[in-house]
Design a protein around this ligand. Structure first.
Ligand SMILES: *Cc1c(COP(=O)(O)O)cnc(C)c1O
Length: 351
């Protein structure tokens, strides 16, 4: 028995989420983005489960993530490296059979002596983050064709805001790029982009966060939680009227309240910004955080919670009840940041 915080990763739910996204774009291939160690959940376990389910295309951010993923999933699936190559890495790309996503003129020069068919072209259609401007793709079109890219792609800046006109503008700009390479598969949509309609699917979609239960999908898409984050109660006691709870004495008790201190804190990825706002669920009942979240501990007000809470009682901070997006919002952040911020001390188990 351990009181360390525990994260149970539900790989079968991740597979179900991948299938739900795949069903939205029947004509397109559905890839899986597993950068940042599978958004903190474990790239190896996630990718193996998805490969088993038929996923043949993966995206990571770094060469190092790609080489490690290749060892895990073996030859066969394609692995794209989003951040692109750095001088001196070219043989590593070849050895591990990784596909470099080229997003700058520097990348084009670097890759030009390499074998054809081992790269993708990333166009910047309006995000101004990473990617070749369409004008450069235009002037370099002959050189790019010589590289025989296996994918042309771009990335949406505002996909989570379906009404934002930038989505349509980016789609139009991307269509022009894709039209210039009619024999090359095209890809635009991340998770939220998959919800924008069939015109956004192109040949390949690149969901990440939705696989892990994030985003706010339309009603016809049912996503399942990918992780259950639990902590144990270590102390139950009555906080007396007119005393305060936690560092900084930010929370004053206006009456006697039943409190439970749980073994989880910001070192485990429970953002301190959730102090006084976040909740933990005990037996399906939400109990509010009282006072500041500290490094290893958080105190809940369980006065209105279930009876019989004692040391060892499990408290859900993410899962079926404690929903990822709602919990993230309570911390003033995103599901992405909550998942990738899970601490190293959290014991991961896979189911
Ligand atoms: C991270 C990333 C994705 C996945 O985005 P989600 O919002 O997590 O679905 C797709 N494409 C690119 C270029 C990315 O950087």
């Amino acid at each position: 028995m351990s009181f360390l915080p525990r994260a149970t990763v539900l790989t079968s739910n991740i597979v179900d989420n991948w299938r739900a996204l795949d069903a939205l774009h029947p004509g397109a291939t559905t890839a899986a983005v597993v950068k940042a160690d599978g958004y903190g959940l474990g790239a190896a376990q996630v990718a193996n489960a998805l490969k088993e389910a038929g996923c043949q295309t993966f995206f990571v951010a770094y060469l190092e993530e790609g080489t490690s993923l290749r060892k895990t999933i073996g030859r066969g699936p394609r692995i794209f490296v989003l951040n692109g190559p750095v001088r001196g890495q070219l043989t590593s790309y070849t050895t591990a059979g990784l596909t470099a996503v080229l997003s700058s003129e520097h990348h084009l020069k670097l890759w030009s002596k390499e074998r054809p068919g081992t790269c993708a072209i990333h166009a910047d259609t309006g995000m101004n983050r990473l990617g070749l401007p369409p004008s450069v793709i235009d002037t370099e079109a002959t050189a790019i064709r010589r590289l025989a890219p296996v994918l042309v792609m771009s990335h949406l800046a505002c996909a989570d805001d379906p009404k934002n006109p930038i989505n349509l503008a980016q789609r139009r700009a991307f269509e022009a790029v894709a039209d210039a390479f009619p024999d090359t598969p095209a890809s635009l949509a991340n998770s939220a982009g998959c919800y924008l309609g069939k015109n956004y699917g192109f040949d390949l979609t690149r969901p990440g966060i939705a696989l892990y239960g994030g985003t706010t999908p339309p009603p016809n898409v049912g996503l399942k939680p990918a992780i259950i984050l639990e902590s144990s109660v270590i102390s139950v006691f009555t906080g007396r009227k007119d005393t305060t709870v936690g560092y900084g004495a930010t929370h004053t008790l206006t009456e006697d309240r039943l409190l439970a201190t749980c073994a989880i804190g910001y070192a485990d990825g429970l953002p301190r910004s959730g102090s006084g706002r976040l909740g933990g669920w005990i037996e399906g009942v939400r109990c509010p955080v009282a006072g500041r979240i500290s490094m290893d501990l958080v105190t809940l007000d369980i006065t209105d919670g279930p009876a019989g809470v004692k040391p060892g009682t499990r408290v859900e901070f993410l899962g079926e009840h404690a929903q990822l997006e709602a919990q993230a919002e309570a911390c003033g952040t995103l599901g992405y940041e909550l998942l990738t911020g899970l601490g190293r001390r959290v014991q991961r188990q896979y189911r």
